[in-house]
Write a protein that binds this ligand. Structure first.
Ligand SMILES: NC(=O)c1ccc[n+]([C@@H]2O[C@H](COP(=O)([O-])OP(=O)(O)OC[C@H]3O[C@@H](n4cnc5c(N)ncnc54)[C@H](O)[C@@H]3O)[C@@H](O)[C@H]2O)c1
Length: 349
């Protein structure tokens, strides 16, 4: 038996692979195109241990996806491969529609062909875990939280493409009986996150003594969950989740962006007192076009039905994340040299 993970060389995908390798005996097969955001270094220790095979492939290659699913015969497919950065979706939306919508269609079709041929316990056990985001619900005001029944109202090209993918995933369950489970999760943080995203960007800019650009007035609110807690939620969905159902996953840790940046500055002050106070590096910059104000998750359903709750509190997890980036320049420095050096993205609206 194997687990098939698309996007397994990305941030959450690699966290999931490490978690699956620790918690289960199954072989892991990763399908990843290794775009700018995919990093083989994030999973090479698992490859070296013989726990994981990486197949470099594009999920939009439908015939190849069908062959890979048939040959790996997975117990579950965890579908995470996607274009994921809102700012990049503002500058170039077409790649988001291609990978996130057409790529998801190819994965669903490959899974359907495989599932149709299964029989008995193998058929009953198979799951397609479609990994989505809370951003598909749009923006909240100061009150309330997203739950599974919240209507979709995506507002960025990224979230619109993820919403399209979610509708396909649910349609494949409804129409073809594919055992799809959808996860809508809040912002993730933790080790091995590509340094274009808020938390690693701020950590690396602090280390370099560069200004810390905060969009707008920094008042936008996100709920934060450690990627390993997300991985545990995904495995629980695969094992005990109900096909056709959606689970909202969140960390119960709402913070404004400026709170996040100031907390990172305080953590850096303790670790690099010579350059304190890092807060002096904060600079408010022009807001992201269409910036959603607030996201929050009511994770009551997954807590009640699957017994899931985040294991890490946010302050501990954030301190560990800062320490991980300080300890692993060999992971991020090549990305800065070759792929992304921290420049502003998403201004072309
Ligand atoms: N990061 C978050 O806070 C967050 C929160 C909720 C949900 N999600 C979802 O979780 C999933 C993973 O997010 P992430 O933050 O790890 O993303 P990421 O950008 O770090 O990784 C994406 C991975 O997908 C791969 N990929 C991209 N296009 C591909 C293609 N056409 N074929 C094959 N592989 C391709 C990349 O190479 C990369 O390894 C995404 O579906 C995202 O929408 C992310």
């Amino acid at each position: 038996m194997t687990w098939l993970v698309t996007g397994g060389a990305g941030f959450i995908g690699s966290a999931l692979c490490h978690y699956l390798a620790g918690e289960t005996d199954q072989k892991i097969v990763v399908v990843d195109k290794l775009t700018y955001a995919g990093n083989r270094a994030s999973i090479e220790s698992l490859e070296a241990e013989g726990r994981l095979d990486l197949i470099e492939a594009d999920i939009m290659d439908a015939p190849r996806m069908a062959r890979i699913v048939e040959e790996t015969a997975p117990e579950a497919i965890f579908h995470l491969a996607a274009e994921t950065h809102v700012d990049r979706s503002i500058d170039g939306p077409a790649a988001f529609v291609a990978t996130n919508v057409a790529g998801t269609c190819a994965m669903l079709e490959a899974a359907r062909a495989f599932h149709d041929e299964l029989e008995g316990p193998q058929k009953a056990a198979f799951r397609f875990i479609h990994v989505s985001t809370d951003e598909v619900f749009g923006s909240l005001g100061d009150e309330g939280a997203f739950r599974e029944t919240t209507p979709y109202a995506p507002s960025s090209p990224y979230s619109a493409s993820k919403a399209g993918a979610d509708h396909l995933a649910r349609a494949w369950h409804h129409t073809y009986g594919l055992p799809v489970i959808v996860s809508n999760c809040s912002n993730n943080y933790g080790p091995r996150q590509f340094p274009e995203k808020l938390i690693p960007l701020m950590i690396l800019k602090c280390l370099a003594g560069e200004t810390l650009p905060v969009y707008g007035n920094g008042a936008n609110v996100r709920d934060w969950l450690h990627a390993e807690d997300h991985a545990r939620a995904l495995l629980q969905m695969a094992k005990r989740g109900v096909p056709g159902e959606t689970y909202c996953v969140g960390g119960g840790a709402e913070r404004t962006n400026i709170q996040i940046v100031e907390t990172i500055c305080a953590l850096m002050d303790a670790r690099r007192p010579d350059s304190a106070p890092h807060k002096r590096l904060i600079e408010f910059v022009k807001d992201r076009p269409g910036h959603d104000y607030r996201y929050a998750i009511d994770a009551g359903k997954i807590a009640g039905e699957l017994g899931w709750a985040p294991a890490r509190d946010f302050e501990t997890g954030l301190a560990e994340t800062v320490d991980w980036y300080i300890a692993h320049p060999e992971w991020w420095r090549p990305l800065q040299d070759r792929v992304y050096a921290g420049e502003r993205l998403g201004t072309q609206a």
